[in-house]
Design a protein around this ligand. Sequence first.
Ligand code: UT7
Length: 331
Amino acid sequence: MSGIYRSRVAGTGSYLPEGVITNFDIEKMVETNNQWIIERTGIERRHKAAPHEACSDLCYEASIKALKDAGLTAQDLDLIIVSTVSGDQVMPSTACVLQHRLGARHIMAFDLSAACSGFVYGLSVADQFIRTGMYKNILVVGGEVLHRLVNYKDRETCILFGDAAGAWIVSRAEANDPNTIMSSHLHADGGLGDLFVLPGGGSRMPFSQEVLDSGNHYVKMKGREIFKNAVRTLTQCCHEALAANNVKSHEVDWLVPHQANVRILESVAEYFEFPKEKVIFSLQETGNTSAASIPVAFDLAVQEKKIQRGQLILLAAFGAGLTSGSVLLRF
Ligand code: UT7
């Protein structure tokens, strides 16, 4: 990949709201049970934003931690990207709300919509702005309050999703710094968009009493189809990243995939011929947090001292759209 400069991950942070929805809580809402959910998804609990918390509040907490980790202040930022499908409102963007709350300068700020692939899309955009020399310090956040988009009468979706935010500071690297973002590869297949949708509230199906009565303000998913596509696409993304960089899979220290379903991730590890022990799993604690899933899983693994500076990390994402992508980086 070309460009004058390279990007590095200068700091990371994450935020999980205090509230928790356990499988036992869900047992009381729909016909399911703890054992089924653990066996079929790997998820034990998900976090839930408090009634006063919106997406930007979660993003703020994660961003403050990432800035501190990078040794920067909000004044140092040149760009803010918030990847989300559950922003505070349709407009203004959550990134603009966050910019003001952080006390950043009047820098460019925008939301990015790529569902669960949002964070790798955001990283790739940030990397391009660094490579051209236009910006030096970029805040990329994945933040979601998904529990407000989920129907707690639909047992296929309500078991999966949770709330969280994860933030990275992406900065211009020194010329001799070996720890940089090496590549990003992004894809979308709009023809498979109907596998995972939130139909109501847009210009095609504006809000009305009918939308509310029919539950079209909640996510709708064809789980089994998503599952198959996720395994295939994530595996392809992993192979693509390694081939483009002439890297062998044994050289990768950690695979940080989108935390969708433990069985999806185990199948990807199998098809990618990658040891399961080197795959980061956090979904037992967080569920699927869409755009927040990769930066949160990454940051938790940094806190646990699993992921360390200098290691080679492969991020792989898949989500509604259908979108997908990878980022290979040396941390
Ligand atoms: O970021 C991407 C977002 N989406 C995803 O990652 C979703 C990917 N898909 C999945 O994770 C899985 O497909 C699910 C967890 C949603 C479902 O698991 P599955 O093993 O694919 O189940 P299934 O759809 O094949 O259904 C098997 C059975 C069905 O009953 P019958 O028809 O065999 O009698 C379902 O009705 O399991 C039933 N079922 C449940 N039973 C207990 C579906 N959901 C539940 C539930 N509890 N929560």
